[in-house]
Design a protein around this ligand. Structure first.
Ligand code: MLZ
Length: 265
């Protein structure tokens, strides 16, 4: 398949290198995905992380699960890795002396929660304890360097994992830039985020990898600087307004770039 994205060719075309796997909080050997559609488990409510809810597996891709909280609508699905610390077998909460909570935005009256819980669990297929894998340890330090390539979850479209580049490193934070998308999806995150993966992860785990967008990626010297990280402790500098700067404001000719055909989106 000559149209398929190939990291090998892309790294050559862009004369760049992958971030070493030791930089990531991911297992060196990716865990297997032993979950099945419809299985139930306990998970922290992403919108209210102190409460533990019942979730149902709505989809599986690579080492990730698409989850929906029981009693919630279908517009708040979220994704977790099979070795995420946010998920656990049914019964864990009770064993710890805690109570299962209705999700934020529970679609019924709060008083119907105990009965809802009983019904949602009765006859349900519960994910076996063996399907939950131990979360890997965080690397001892931030080993990322600007320019290194990686695969990263697009937080605006969290079912997607896409080729990306480290744009900047500041303390424990890294700036993840999505190749070919003019900064629209870029974000700061901690170096030990579970949403970033070494080059080749998707291929090894059989997760789809969205090819780079087809916008020109400006050379570093012509790029506007990334916005400061969210919790920057440095002196309050003027906010960077990327959107105000025209991406066409080029003062020097661009080096020739490999041409990619086909519009994606
Ligand atoms: N087609 C959609 C998704 C783009 C996803 C980009 N990922 C880095 C759009 O253009 O908004």
């Amino acid at each position: 398949n000559k149209d398929a994205f190939s990291w090998e060719e892309y790294l050559k075309e862009t004369s760049s290198s992958p971030a070493p796997p030791s930089c990531f909080r991911q297992s060196r050997v990716p865990p297997g995905n032993d979950f099945k559609m419809g299985m139930k488990l306990e998970g922290h409510d992403p919108r209210n992380s102190t409460s533990v809810c019942i979730a149902t597996v709505m989809g599986l891709m690579g080492t990730r699960l698409r989850l929906r909280l029981d009693g919630s609508d279908n517009t708040n699905d979220f994704w977790r890795l099979v070795d995420s610390a946010d998920i656990q077998p049914i019964g864990t909460c009770e064993k710890n002396g805690d109570m299962l909570q209705p999700p934020l935005g529970f679609r019924m009256n709060a008083s119907s929660w105990p009965m809802f819980l009983l019904r949602t669990l009765s006859g349900a297929e519960m994910a076996p304890a063996t399907a939950f894998k131990k979360e890997p340890c965080r690397p001892l330090q931030n080993g990322f360097k600007p320019g290194m390539k990686l695969e990263a979850v697009d937080k605006k479209n969290p079912y997607l994992i896409c080729p990306a580049t480290i744009g900047e490193v500041r303390g424990d934070e890294i700036f993840v830039m999505f190749d070919g998308w003019r900064g629209a999806f870029d974000y700061w995150c901690k170096y030990d985020s579970r949403d970033i993966f070494p080059v080749g992860w998707c291929s090894v785990t059989k997760h789809s990898l969205q090819p780079p967008g087809n916008s020109v990626t400006l050379p570093k010297s012509l790029q506007s600087p990334p916005p400061p990280p969210p919790s920057s402790s440095s002196s309050p500098a003027k906010p960077t307004r990327r959107s105000m700067q025209s991406p066409y404001r080029l003062s020097a000719p661009l080096p020739p770039l490999p041409v990619r055909k086909g519009v994606r989106g």
